[in-house]
Design a protein around this ligand. Structure first.
Ligand SMILES: [Zn+2]
Length: 95
């Protein structure tokens, strides 16, 4: 019993210095109420990139209209799509 009481402050101190605690805490919120996505980049009128303000998870709309995880590959595709889309929009605006 005495040992048990002495161990409590040590455990608390360990938890406070572990950065993973807050990450898993937000991960728990996301798992419970869902991710809180904020638009980080507008690719086209229909495709955006999002980042969860809680856990930092990044996702994007794909061409099929579904949400998928934003990988480096997806980011590159979005960059070329955004480039293409912007050029096309500029050309349409000129005419
Ligand atoms: Zn999240």
């Amino acid at each position: 019993m005495v040992l048990y009481i002495f161990n409590i402050p040590k455990l608390k101190a360990m938890n406070q210095t572990t950065p993973k605690t807050s990450v898993s805490f937000f991960g728990l919120i996301c798992a419970t109420i869902g991710h809180d996505y904020v638009v980080t980049r507008k690719v086209t009128n229909h495709i955006n990139e999002y980042k969860c303000s809680h856990c930092g998870r990044e996702v994007t709309d794909n061409h099929a209209g579904n949400i998928e995880v934003l990988t480096n590959n997806m980011r590159e595709i979005n960059s070329s799509v955004a480039d293409f889309f912007q050029k096309r929009t500029n050309r349409l605006a000129v005419h």
